[in-house]
Structures are given as C-alpha cells and as structure tokens.
Write a protein that binds this ligand. Structure first.
Ligand SMILES: NC(=O)c1ccc[n+]([C@@H]2O[C@H](COP(=O)([O-])OP(=O)(O)OC[C@H]3O[C@@H](n4cnc5c(N)ncnc54)[C@H](O)[C@@H]3O)[C@@H](O)[C@H]2O)c1
Length: 336
C-alpha cells in the first residue's frame, strides 16, 4: 500500500485544528506543516510531534499525497494553483478567493486539470444538515416555502483577520449560502442584504459590517433569510429552519442552542452553548478531511468542487453589492 503523506499550509486557528485532526485519521502515515510565519508552523509541529517545512516551496516539494490549505483567504488561489500544477490533490478552506476574478481563475484552472480539489464547506458533513437535505428530498416537508438561517459568532475574530477575510458575506454567510443550495437543491436568483456596525471600529475600517440581514429568493419561489453577526453574547448560534407545506426540519436546535425562552414555566436547564465553530463542527471537520483522503486517492469525486463553491460565492458577492447600493441584486448581475 502506498504511503499517505499530507501537507498543511497555514497553522492559524483552523489550520492547527485540522493538523491535529489529520494526525488522528486512520491510514495517514505522516503530516507536515508550513506557514508564512515559520515559528507558528514549528510550534504546531512540536505540539503534535509532526514535521514542519521552513516555507511553502519546501512543503510543496515534500512528496505529498494531498495538500490542505488553511492560510488566509487571499492566498488561496496561488496555493491551489501551485499544488494543482504539481499534480497534488487539494483540500482548501472556504472561500476559494477574496473576489470573483480570483475564484474564477481557480475554477478555470481546476476544470482543465485531472487533479481533484475539495473546498471546505463542512456543514455538508454535519448530521443535522444532512438530515434536513434528506427530509427535503424525501418530500416529507411538502413544498418548502421558507428557510431561516442563522450564523452568529459569540465574539469577533482577531482584528487582523478582518481585512483579509473578504467581509462578512464572503467569509461567514457563504456557509449559509452553500448549505441553502445544498439542502434545497435550488438556486438563488435574487438577494437583498443590509448591515450594521455597532461593535469595534476595525470592521468599518475594512469596509465590513459586524451584523447583517439577508433575504434570498430561490428559483422555485421559496424565500430564505440569513442572519449574520459577530457579537452574539449568548453563544455560537448556527441553525437552519426549513419550513414546508407539510412539516419542518430544524438544524441546530438542541440543548446547546443559545436560545433563552422567557415563557413562564419553560424549562431553563440547558447545556452550555458551543463556544465556537471548532466545537460545534468538530465531527463534521473530521468527516470532511476523511472524505478528502478518498478524494486524493481517487476513490470518490470531490464532495464540494470549486464550481459549486463559486455559486455560493456569487450569492455572497451579490449580498455585498446589495448592501453597498441599498437595493435588491439579481445573481445574474454578478455572474461572469
Ligand atoms: N470552514 C470553517 O468553518 C472555517 C473556520 C475558520 C476559518 N476558515 C477559513 O480558513 C482560512 C484561515 O482562517 P483562520 O481563522 O485559521 O485564519 P488565521 O489568521 O488564524 O490563520 C491563517 C494562517 O495562514 C498564514 N498565512 C497567511 N498567508 C500565508 C501564505 N501566503 N503562506 C503561508 N501561510 C500563510 C498566517 O501566518 C496564519 O498563520 C480562511 O480562509 C477562513 O475563511 C474556515
């Protein structure tokens, strides 16, 4: 059997977590990490007792079975292309790029290559979202008229993360846009988005917002709302409500959902809220990286291709335009 040797670029918040997950996956023989900040890569390598490469060139030359890209968003296109050019299968965290042109360049490059690329939309591997998709597909919900999606962080990411993040729609809402498409099997045709800044100044300094509300129209007439925020003091709140003519499917409504009923007599005892995405989605991250091993081995197709990630990105792009221009924006206006 051939040796499985995985490289990981970017040992920040999600990268150090993914590196640890990789070391636990059955069949993985070795993991090697690199970061623009070599000290950071070395610290992760020391902690996990794995190898580190002094720079990205050395990482790419390390005879890899696959590359996991968890660097800052604006560096993804260059790294994906560099790996694909060397014939190395890629798992890259969402989004593909910070803008449409960067995303399109990657989609075109990957389309003309046999090397597989998987984009990291981990909600596709979460048990709740999978059950919601199955419920829609089975017809048990009747026809879906409304979806309500929520992604509320308990506290903002570090200030230095925001300028390179692409903004709240491309960085955060893009998860909801992807999963709404995936759960319903429908396309978004039009968006209206608005936002507000009531938190720290660094959001406004980057032209970003810390709170946003979005209305989406789907191609079958269903309507979806998406609520995004960086200051949800009650805890990490990620849910999706799918409401149909015959029933509903609710993702994320469990004893850890940070929802505090003020109805008299309603039981107050609940478990503590998830502190953030690492804990809430840990099982999904493990599953998506295990899936990538199969993708890299050529035994399954990519479960989230760059072309699919582009569709979610178009929705994010339309939201950004809608917010800036205070008007509904059709997806056809931003599609290239
Ligand atoms: N799927 C998810 O739930 C999820 C969650 C968090 C972050 N992300 C995505 O993961 C990516 C990283 O996010 P993060 O929160 O870990 O950021 P981070 O800022 O904590 O870490 C990014 C790391 O990348 C390194 N880096 C930046 N440019 C580089 C380059 N050109 N070459 C090598 N290293 C480079 C930085 O030094 C840093 O260590 C982002 O694209 C983000 O959108 C996804």
């Amino acid at each position: 059997m051939s040796t499985i040797r995985l490289g990981l670029a970017g040992t920040g918040r999600i990268g150090s977590s993914h590196a640890e997950t990789l070391t636990t996956l059955p069949g993985v023989d070795s993991v090697i990490v690199a970061d623009a900040d070599a000290q950071r890569a070395r610290a992760t390598a020391d902690k996990l007792d794995i190898e580190f490469a002094p720079d990205i060139d050395a990482l790419l030359a390390a005879d890899l079975t696959g590359l996991i890209i968890t660097t800052a968003t604006d560096s993804h296109p260059e790294l994906i292309t560099a790996a694909v050019d060397r014939g190395i299968p890629v798992f890259c965290e969402k989004p593909i790029a910070a803008d449409i042109l960067g995303t399109l360049a990657v989609v075109d490059r990957v389309a003309s290559s046999p090397v597989p690329v998987q984009i990291g939309f981990q909600r596709r591997f979460d048990a709740g979202y999978r059950a919601a998709r199955a419920a829609v597909a089975s017809g048990d919900l009747g026809w879906v008229h409304t979806l309500r999606a929520t992604t509320l962080d308990p506290a903002p990411p570090p200030a230095e993360y925001i300028p390179r993040s692409g903004g709240i729609f491309r960085d955060c809402g893009v998860h909801d846009f992807d999963i709404i498409r995936w759960v319903t099997g429908r396309e978004v045709t039009e968006v209206y988005a608005t936002g507000a800044n009531r938190g720290e100044q660094f959001f406004a300094d980057s032209g970003d917002v810390d709170t946003a509300a979005v209305v989406l129209r789907l191609d079958d007439g269903a309507l979806a709302t998406v609520s995004l925020g960086r200051y949800n003091g009650a805890g990490y709140d990620v849910r999706l409500e799918v409401l149909g003519s015959q029933g509903n499917a609710i993702v994320g409504l469990d004893d850890r959902a940070p929802l505090h009923s003020v109805e008299p007599g309603y039981p107050a005892s609940r478990l503590p809220a998830y502190p953030g995405f690492m804990d809430r989605f840990h099982p999904a991250y493990v599953e998506e990286l295990a899936a990538f091993l199969e993708v890299a081995a050529g035994t399954r197709p990519s479960p989230c291709t760059p072309a699919e990630a582009l569709e979610a990105f178009y929705i994010a792009e339309a939201c950004e335009q809608s917010r800036r221009e205070s008007r509904p924006v059709r997806i056809s206006e931003v599609r290239h």
